[in-house]
Design a protein around this ligand. Structure first.
Ligand SMILES: [Fe+2]
Length: 257
C-alpha cells in the first residue's frame, strides 16, 4: 500500500478511506451517538421544549456558531501552498468554506428569534455554565494542534454531527408548525442550510485529514486524532446536558461546590 492517500472511491462512503480512518471513526461512534441521539432534538422535534431550555441552547451554543469561521481561519494559518497535497487541498477548501460560513451567525440569530429567544439575549445573555466547553476546545485544538487535528475536531466532528441533528430537527413538521407562521422560513434557514450543506462537508474534511496523514500514520498519531474527535463530541454532549438543567439565576449551587 502506498504511503500517500488519494481518494479514488466515492467521497461519502467510508470504504473509500484508509483502514485506520475507518477504525477510528467506528471507535468514535458511541461519543457521536451521544450528540446525535440527544434528548434535546426529541424535545424540538416534538415541539415540547420549554422556553428556558431553548434559551439555554441558543445562548449556550452561540459562541461556537459565531467563532466557527475563526477556528477555520486558525487552521488556514497552518497551511502552506505547495508543501504537500494535503496542504493544497486544505488551503483551497478552507478559503472557500470560510466564505460559506459568512451568514450563518446571522441565521442563528434569526432561528433564536423565531424560537422565542430575542437576538439581544443571544448576543449579551449569560451562557449556562458548561456550555462553552466545545468552543473553548475548538479554539485550543485549532490554535495549538496540527492542521489535521484541528480539522478533525471542527470540520469533521462538529460539522458532521451537526448535519445529523439539524436534519432530524429540520425534518420535523411538528417543529416547523410550532413556530410562528410569519417568518418561519427565515427561522428555519440555519437548520435547512446545515442539514443539507453539511452532507458532503465533513466528508471533504475527512478526505483532507486522510491526505494529510497518509495511509500509514503511526498508532500514536491515529490515537491522538481519535481523541480530538471524541473530545468534540463529548464537549457538545456535555453542553447539551447543561442546557437541560434549569439554571439558577446567580449559579449559587455551583459556586458553592
Ligand atoms: Fe455553518
Amino acid at each position: 500500500m502506498k504511503a500517500n492517500f488519494e481518494l479514488t472511491g466515492p467521497l461519502t462512503e467510508l470504504s473509500s478511506y484508509p483502514t485506520w480512518a475507518q477504525e477510528m471513526i467506528e471507535a468514535c461512534e458511541p461519543a457521536r451517538r451521544s450528540v446525535r441521539d440527544h434528548a434535546m432534538w426529541d424535545l424540538m422535534r416534538e415541539g415540547t421544549m420549554d422556553l428556558s431550555t431553548m434559551r439555554n441552547f441558543m445562548v449556550g451554543t452561540w459562541s461556537l456558531i459565531e467563532r466557527f469561521p475563526s477556528f477555520m481561519a486558525q487552521n488556514l494559518l497552518k497551511t502552506q501552498y505547495g508543501r504537500s497535497a494535503g496542504d493544497n487541498l486544505a488551503r483551497r477548501w478552507l478559503v472557500r468554506n470560510i466564505r460559506v460560513e459568512q451568514n450563518h451567525a446571522e441565521y442563528w440569530l434569526d432561528w433564536a428569534d423565531g424560537a422565542g429567544v430575542p437576538r439581544e439575549e443571544v448576543l449579551d445573555g449569560r451562557p449556562p455554565r458548561g456550555t462553552q466547553t466545545a468552543a473553548e476546545w475548538c479554539h485550543e485544538v485549532c490554535g495549538k494542534d496540527t492542521l489535521a487535528a484541528g480539522m478533525a475536531a471542527t470540520n469533521y466532528a462538529i460539522e458532521g454531527v451537526t448535519g445529523e441533528w439539524s436534519q432530524k430537527v429540520y425534518d420535523s413538521a411538528v417543529y416547523a408548525e410550532s413556530l410562528p407562521a410569519a417568518g418561519r422560513k427565515a427561522t428555519l434557514r440555519w437548520l435547512q442550510l446545515h442539514a443539507a450543506y453539511d452532507d458532503t462537508h465533513p466528508w471533504e474534511a475527512l478526505e483532507i485529514i486522510c491526505t494529510l496523514m497518509g495511509n500509514r500514520p503511526t498508532p500514536e498519531e491515529v490515537d491522538h486524532l481519535r481523541e480530538c474527535i471524541e473530545r468534540s463530541y463529548i464537549s457538545l454532549h456535555y453542553g447539551l446536558e447543561r442546557c437541560l438543567v434549569r439554571q439558577p439565576v446567580n449559579h449559587v449551587e455551583e459556586q458553592a461546590a
